[in-house]
Design a protein around this ligand. Structure first.
Ligand code: F6R
Length: 486
């Protein structure tokens, strides 16, 4: 059978999609029973679920969970037991009742009887949603190659490839358990809905075998082709060898969702701010987040002295605006550089001296990423700053055009959004308010707050996944960008 498979740009977006499906299942049935995996694959997913619970978007108060597997003969409290993993990554951080958590015992007295008991418990609950990872040898749970498609909960002997793969979690290979208790393939197939997650290049081969070749017990996951309601969610790397399958993106609109988890790191970034306060108004939240792991320069194109009411002469007004800009930059963690471009006083022409200054600066900084006003921003100083920036920037860099309250993006004119929290919004507002000479004239803080909230409400609709799920964004505010190669 050829099945639709969702391919996300990275594990973060893939996990968001999975989190969204889980949230949906629990919204539809608050007392849903979930079958859950451990391993590296679900770590981001569990973090997203705990964030959703903390944000009040999701509750596990009535949900039941069952784990797929557990190592045999590893004490429950061992750092590598699946019991420890699950409590550390999920259960300790969500509102689930302890009595609703079921993890196979690692030290049952009578193996046979215990397996039957665990299987019965699962069948009685009826699994609404099973979430699976995938072993490099095709195992799901600990159903290793050769396991019967009819298998129920049993003791599995782990193959060398699995013990090798798991050795990374133990201090010595002698410590790696060779047996596990696992639910069976038939147990998994009885789940009403299944989500399988697999990330990374080392899963590409087995993904191709499991979903593009006829089912065989040699690749246990291939049985999933026979399930009526399965969603396979991959990243680019694990999907790389698929040839016959129709692949779906997780986001219909092609909008890339950035959050604090997947921002660029270790880059040199320049932000061309037409006036001293535009950086904070348009991109205060993103700049503050970026400045944590990147070097961010705020290139302030003009003095903006015309818009300052205080200060007697022009020089005093320039000084006032630059002092405010420095205070703002402290809040955002950026380094301000003042170009004091002549075009601001001289009219429509972009003097060669302005361009030379900007070009020399760009040569010195040699940025990887540049932020510029967007193409359709009608404010003359913003349009001129874009022109100046494009004349000065080197090619082959990533160009992020930002939205401003003067030039809101039209439909399909942006391809990236940055979602952010209330506390980041507070920092953004503080940065805007550092420009007191401006906010006392026009409440730009209110404008920035309103536009971020407005965007969150309206754009959420466009962040629906192709298969009609809920929006992928979870934070209350958005800033918008159009990212292109320059
Ligand atoms: C663990 C489980 C396993 C893992 C698989 C992939 O509960 O069910 O099937 O999903 O071994 O492990 P990672 O995610 O670490 O690559």
């Amino acid at each position: 059978m050829i099945m639709p498979i969702i391919v996300a740009p990275d594990p973060e977006i893939a996990s968001r999609h999975a989190a969204s499906l889980i949230r949906r299942a629990i919204a539809q049935k608050p007392n849903a029973s979930l079958l859950l995996p451990t391993g590296s694959t679900p770590e981001i997913l569990y973090k997203l679920l705990t964030d959703k619970v903390a944000g009040g978007y999701l509750t596990f108060a009535h949900a039941q969970t069952y784990n797929l597997d557990e190592y045999l003969d590893l004490p429950q409290q061992h750092a590598q037991s699946y019991y420890t993993f699950m409590w550390k990554h999920l259960f300790d951080k969500i509102d689930i009742k302890k009595s609703n958590v079921h993890i196979p015992s690692s030290q049952p007295k009578n193996h046979q009887a215990y397996c039957q008991k665990y299987e019965k418990k699962i069948q009685k609950a009826g699994i609404d949603l099973a979430v699976l990872g995938l072993g490099q040898n095709g195992h799901i749970g600990f159903n290793e190659p050769g396991t019967s498609f009819d298998s129920t909960t049993h003791i599995a002997n782990l193959t060398t490839s699995t013990t090798k793969a798991n050795a990374r979690f133990f201090s010595s290979s002698a410590e790696v358990p060779h047996q596990a208790i696992t639910v069976g393939l038939a147990t998994i197939m009885r789940a009403k809905k299944i989500i399988l997650l697999a990330f990374g290049a080392n899963k590409a081969g087995v993904i191709q075998k499991a979903f593009e070749e006829p089912p065989t017990t040699e690749v246990p996951a291939s049985i999933l082709q026979n399930h009526k309601d399965i969603t396979v969610i991959l990243d680019q790397e694990s999907a790389a060898r698929l040839r016959k399958t129709k692949l779906y993106p997780p986001v219909l609109s092609g909008i890339k969702l950035y959050s604090r988890f997947n921002l660029p790191r270790g880059k040199k970034i320049v932000f061309f701010s037409p006036h001293p306060d535009d950086a904070s108004i348009c991109s205060g939240a993103l700049l503050k987040s970026l400045s944590k792991n990147n070097k961010v320069y705020e290139i302030i194109a003009t003095t903006g002295h015309r818009a300052a009411n205080h200060g007697r002469g022009k020089q005093q007004r320039i000084k006032l605006r630059e002092t405010e800009a420095r205070q703002e930059a402290k809040i955002l963690g950026t380094k301000p550089i003042f170009l004091r471009s002549k075009f601001y006083d001289n009219g429509d022409e972009l003097p060669e001296t302005d361009m030379k200054k900007a070009r020399d600066l760009m040569k010195k900084i040699n940025p990887d990423i540049a932020f510029v006003p967007n193409k359709s921003d009608p404010h003359p100083t913003h349009a001129m700053t874009r022109k100046l920036a494009l004349a000065a920037l080197p090619h082959d860099i990533s160009l992020w055009s930002f939205e401003s309250p003067w030039g809101p993006f039209g439909h399909h004119r942006f391809n990236a959004v940055f979602e952010f929290s209330n506390s980041l919004m507070s920092a953004k507002l503080a940065a805007i308010r550092a420009h007191a000479s401006q906010t006392e004239r026009t409440p730009f803080d209110e404008a920035a707050h309103s536009i971020a909230h407005f965007r969150r409400i309206t754009i959420a609709e466009q962040l629906f996944s192709e298969l009609g799920q809920e929006p992928l964004a979870t934070q209350p505010h958005l800033e918008l960008y159009q990212i292109t190669k320059w």
